[in-house]
Design a protein around this ligand. Sequence first.
Ligand SMILES: Cc1cc2nc3c(=O)[nH]c(=O)nc-3n(C[C@H](O)[C@H](O)[C@H](O)COP(=O)(O)O)c2cc1C
Length: 226
Amino acid sequence: MNVALKYFSGTGNSYKILDTCKEIFIQNGNKATLSSITDKSNINEEADLIGFCFPVYAFGIPRICRKYLLNLPIFKSPINTFILITAGDSDESGFSVKESTEILKKKRLNVTYSKVIQMPINWTVLMNPPSKEEAQLIINTGVINAKEIAQDILDGVLHHHAFNYPSTYSKFAFYKDYYLFKWLGVSNFWKDFRTDETCDSCGLCEKICPTDSIQIADNKPNPNIS
Ligand SMILES: Cc1cc2nc3c(=O)[nH]c(=O)nc-3n(C[C@H](O)[C@H](O)[C@H](O)COP(=O)(O)O)c2cc1C
């Protein structure tokens, strides 16, 4: 089987999950390619299985992922597809799976498997990230989940993530935050991007940022406003 895997990853979580799936597919005798949606390479229409992994941003998928999915061609014949979403809290994935699945269906992709995987939260503007030790534990569990998911997919298991309102939100609060984040937050909060005293000014974030959003100024990462 030929598997085409596409991810978007701000800080590596979604990449790690899909790369782990890739390993399992290859170990089971399949061919698998993995690339970022920012690579601009097309998905091979001859693929037998397509897999996507994106982070959840403000209860939806990042704008760059939405744009990418909307620009996919309509496939000539349906291809089995899975979508994995990484989230800082697996209870707070919001509309991310739902909206990706709806777009993929319109592209004639047959979504047979969708799941949310908890990974370390990276929204440092609004939330405190876990300590290094806590993050490592979350990553280890995420990797175990990814291995099980890849095996399930190979075994033909069907799974659809059920949409839920986060348990800590009322329905009203959820919609309020969703629309506030979508129309105001996502386009403004990035300006508050900051690092703390543990930043060693290595400049790696600027080099690897997939959207060119970081600029080193005075030896520290800053939002790239150019
Ligand atoms: C702008 C932004 C918004 C986010 N919003 C949510 C959210 O609504 N719910 C959630 O569980 N995690 C949220 N997160 C956390 C990420 O989804 C999570 O850390 C993800 O695993 C990051 O994946 P990546 O390293 O592949 O970019 C958000 C992160 C960012 C940067």
